[in-house]
Each structure stands twice: as C-alpha cells, then as structure tokens.
Design a protein around this ligand. Structure first.
Ligand SMILES: *Cc1c(COP(=O)(O)O)cnc(C)c1O
Length: 440
C-alpha cells in the first residue's frame, strides 16, 4: 500500500470507489482542445507518417509471407462493420447512442489482435535497420523481397528478439520474428492463456513462463535481453516504435469511414471505446485518431475493475508511479490482455491529455458481452476485447456528471475497438460462449 493513500483519496475522492473495485465512469475534465495540447505531446505527425511509409515499403514482403494479406495488397488491416443487432441488445428500445460499429482488429491477419499493428511494426523496423546496416538492403527504395533471401535469413538467425507479454503482444512479436527467421523469446506473465503459449512454441518461439504478473515478465525479459548484444528487446512499457505502429490506425480508419460515407464533424461526433492494458495500443490508436479527427473524436478507455492502471495513473498524475496493487486491488482479471497493474508512462502522458474518459468493468460482464456479440452478430471476440462494450452501455444511460449531453451522444457514430479474438481455439471459444453450445 502507498503510505499516503489516505491523502491521495482526499484529493481524488474517486480513488475510494476504484480501490473498492466498483465500476466507475470517469470524465477527463482536465482535457483541453486538441490544438492546445498537440504541441506538448512527445510524438508528432511525422512519427505517424514515418511508420505509415515503412509499412508501405514492407507491403510487398508481407504479401508473400502471409498470403491472406494479398486482397489488402500486403497491408495488415481489419474491417469496420455496423452491428445493429448488438446495439439493440445493449441499449434496448431506447435509441440512446446513434449507430454502433465494431473495428475488427480481433480479425487482423496473422495474429488476430490489435498487437499486430504495433508488434509487427517494431519487428519490421528492427529487421530493416539490420538489413540496411549489413548491406542486404541498399536503401529504402530497394526490393524488400531481398529480406527473404538466404543471406537475410542467416543474418536474422543470429539475432534474437525478446518481449514481455500477457499473451497477444508475444504472439504478434513471436509470429513475425519467426517468419523473418529471427530467434524469438517471449516472457509470459502468469495471466497468459495456455493456448497462446502452445501456439508460439509450435511456431518455433521460446516461451519463458513467470509466476508473477506482466510487470515482472517485462522486467526480467528486459534484463536478460540487455545482457546479450545480439538481442533486441521490445519494451511495451516505453517503446515509441510500438506506439507509432499503432498510431497508423488513425489514417486507416479515416479512409474506411470516408469509403462508407460516414461523416465526422462537429455535428456528427465520433465515439471510440478502446480496452486498455499497459496503454501502448490504446495510446497509439488514440493519438492517430486525434490527428485525424481532432476534437470531433471522443475517446473512452475501458479497464477491468481489478486492474485500472491507466485510470489510476492519469487521475493521480502519478502515471507509472502508482499500481493497482498499491491501492489494494489484485491486478487479476479474466481479461488477460488487460491484466496490467502499472501503466506505461509514455502512453499515459499522451492519453491523459486526449481522452474524454475512462470506464471500468467488472469481470462478470465480460463473457456475457462476448456471448451477446456472438449471438447477435456472429462475431467472436475474446473477453479482453468484449470489455469495450461496457463503454457504449454506460454512455447510453444518462450520468449526472457527464459533460456530454444525451442528445450529443445520440448524434454520434460509436465504434467499439475489438482488440482480439480470431485465433482463440474452438474449445476455448466454447467455454466462453458456454450457454450457446450447439450454435457453434
Ligand atoms: C494488449 C491488449 C489490449 C490492450 O493493449 P495495451 O497496449 O496493453 O494497453 C486490449 N485488448 C487485447 C485483446 C489485448 O491483447
């Protein structure tokens, strides 16, 4: 416990409810117009452009490595789909939230989670740097299919990529690293699901298991990697590269919305709900969205009641200096991807300036949100991703302290960012959808 917990509570009364593991809806009353805070962020639009350009350079290689990306010309991207039946289940007859969509990062090619955005990006960037330094690529205009050559393979096979993960980041890093021929070592926290470890091992990654939580897996992984000059550590708590890979989602979503003729402006606000663990994925995605839509996008993060690390970090302004465990929470949740006790200070410093709010959700709702979506729309997402549905469910009911009027919320286009699910094995799905056996 933090020594000064009582004094923290007196300056941040909501901490009492958070410490009691109650579900809360928190509005970020400190957030300013985007033009005002934009210049103070530790990232710029040039970072997004650089990441976007790099992913385009790699697209011809991705097409060959992963043929399922051929229809998208080698870009790793996911559908945006309207889900009216789920909306009816969430809000009933009261038409409180405008139209409801799902951004299906749960179905991103290859690794089936949002981690494909940041995770793949950082592995590719590292591979590009090595290839340029070792004369495999002449320059950035060179033919990136050279990375499939025997000389590239033998270069990469002498290098290791390591990462600490609750599951999905490890999957993305491990699968992409192995596809390029790197050695991959994934340090998995106790929360990681068995099937994720099994899948990684079957594709040639080394998986190291920890008794402790995500923070412990990252810390040990980082130390081991730093001792080895041939090893590169992907650091979910601090990585600007991961963050930038995620941020490319902003321009991708903007073009999908315009293709679907969905207008976003002052009169037609966009609401986005993103599940948050350490913060890298929601941080990068949110930043990319803000760069596209400025004050017309309203972002809400969703965290489990036992692991609300980002809410704690932002509300107290202590960022990574406070943990869920410090206030007596367990940090344990069925939402494995969100089982993080301490947020990233990089992500938190951005998110605190740009999000509209945070909503926490109790574990006992997660499977039912997964089930409702599967029942109503035949889309399966994992519990960590289904957590996001608690966002529109809460915004649909009036809150006395809400700075957003019911009328404004109703005018909006609402997007739930589904962060994972497509690789979940059949037996595990059946467990999650238990009451729906026979419909599978
Ligand atoms: C990792 C993950 C998140 C959250 O991303 P962070 O970068 O950890 O905040 C959300 N949902 C799923 C399914 C994830 O795997």
């Amino acid at each position: 416990m933090l020594m000064d917990f009582q004094s923290l509570i007196s300056s941040h009364p909501i901490l009492q409810s958070i410490a009691d593991a109650e579900e809360v809806v928190w509005y970020n009353t400190a957030h300013k117009p985007y033009e005002i805070c934009r210049g103070a962020l530790p990232v710029s639009s040039a970072n997004i452009q650089d990441a976007s350009d790099r992913l385009k350079r790699f697209a011809p290689l991705i097409r060959v490595l992963f043929p399922e990306t051929v229809p998208a010309q080698g870009l790793i991207e996911s559908p945006l789909r309207e889900i009216p039946n789920m909306k009816a289940l969430l809000c009933g007859a009261a038409d409180a939230i405008g139209r409801l969509y799902i951004k299906m990062d749960s179905h991103l090619p290859v690794s089936g989670s949002v981690k494909a955005r940041g995770g793949f990006y950082e592995v590719l960037k590292h591979a590009e740097e090595l290839a340029l330094a070792n004369g495999i690529l002449r320059d950035e205009q060179d033919d990136y299919l050279k990375l499939l050559s025997e000389s590239a393979k033998s270069l990469f096979s002498t290098h290791k990529i390591q990462v600490g993960s609750t599951g999905n980041l490890g999957l993305s890093i491990g699968l992409m690293s192995r596809a390029l021929g790197f050695q991959a070592i994934v340090h998995m926290s106790a929360d990681a699901k068995q099937w994720k470890k099994d899948l990684l091992r079957s594709r040639g990654s080394e998986v190291v298991e920890y008794e402790g939580d995500y923070g412990a897996a990252v810390q040990t992984g980082r130390i081991l990697s730093d001792q080895d000059p041939t090893s590169y550590f992907i650091d979910d708590e601090n990585s600007l590269d991961l963050f930038c890979g995620y941020s490319v989602a902003g321009e991708r979503l903007a073009s999908q919305l315009s293709e679907m003729k969905i207008l976003v402006d002052e009169a037609n606000p966009l609401f986005v709900y993103i599940p948050c663990g350490v913060g890298g994925a929601p941080g990068g995605v949110s930043y990319g969205l803000k760069e596209q839509f400025g004050d017309n996008v309203h972002i809400f993060l969703i965290e489990p009641t036992q692991a609300p690390c980002m809410l704690l970090g932002i509300e107290t302004n202590l960022l990574n200096k406070i943990s869920a465990q410090d206030i007596g929470l367990t940090g344990k949740t069925e939402a494995d991807g969100l089982a993080v006790g301490r947020c990233s200070s990089l992500a938190g410093s951005v998110l605190g300036k740009i999000i509209d709010g945070e909503i926490t959700v109790a574990d006992n709702r997660l499977h039912s949100y997964s089930r409702m979506l599967f029942e109503s729309e035949h889309i399966f997402i994992e519990p960590s991703a289904a957590a996001a549905f608690h966002g529109p469910a809460e915004l649909a009911s009036a809150h006395s302290n809400s700075p957003l009027s019911a009328e404004f919320i109703k005018k909006g286009t609402h997007i739930v960012w589904a962060t994972g699910g497509n690789l979940v094995p059949h037996e595990v799905r059946s467990d999650i959808l238990k009451s729906e056996e026979g419909h599978l």
